[in-house]
Design a protein around this ligand. Sequence first.
Ligand code: SF4
Ligand code: F3S
Ligand code: FES
Length: 248
Amino acid sequence: MGYQAKLRVWRGDDGAGELHDFTVEANDGEVVLDLIHRLQATQAPDLAVRWNCKAGKCGSCSAEVNGRPRLLCMTRMSMFEEDDVITVTPMRTFPVIRDLVCDVSFNYTKAMEIPAFTPPADLGPGEYRMQQVDVERSQEFRKCIECFLCQNVCHVIRDHEENKPAFAGPRYLMRIAELEMHPLDVADRRNEAQTEHGLGYCNITKCCTEVCPENIHITDNALIPMKERVADRRYDPIVWLGNKLFRR
Ligand code: SF4
Ligand code: F3S
Ligand code: FES
């Protein structure tokens, strides 16, 4: 049975904006993105929202629903009571272009700062077989749809614009971990993870893991193992001695 849902939607741009109240028809089986589309079709034709697949796979429709980072196309209306006010706002960590659409180029900049996969120089095609356990380890991380909800929720940059230059965010620290764990990657990424990409800023709050729509165990399977690898290197007695001698 359909009903009239109460939506409160943020409208504006990077300079200014405010929440607007709307009443929009909701039907069985619908998601928040359906209501945003109905709102566009019936009352606010210039409302900006980014979306693509409507199936939780393109990562475009990221926003915040009642303050929680979510994919709009995967947030079922049945989660709410009929008289709830559903507040839809853009992701807070990135600059707003208009209404619900953010400029997420911060993430592309961070992606480009990570050196690419580096196999041994003399390895020819077909000369190496990976073990299934190594394939599976990185496959979990490859489920990422680049929705940037984890980047949006992490407190290191959510309320601290000043940390952005020094912190890659969970999605890209996970990428570094994926490459570091890859048996064919010969680059040593442990030092840079700490000094260039801000691994030390992460204090394992796990908010990134909680909001990931792909249920990737970002903290337990990528960030903590990467921290352990960095600690192993830093406190390795041979590395320690080498650093001492080198400094003299
Ligand atoms: Fe989105 Fe999860 Fe990828 Fe982060 S790790 S960008 S939350 S899919
Ligand atoms: Fe941020 Fe995730 Fe670490 S939310 S603090 S990157 S565990
Ligand atoms: Fe593709 Fe929501 S529209 S993830």
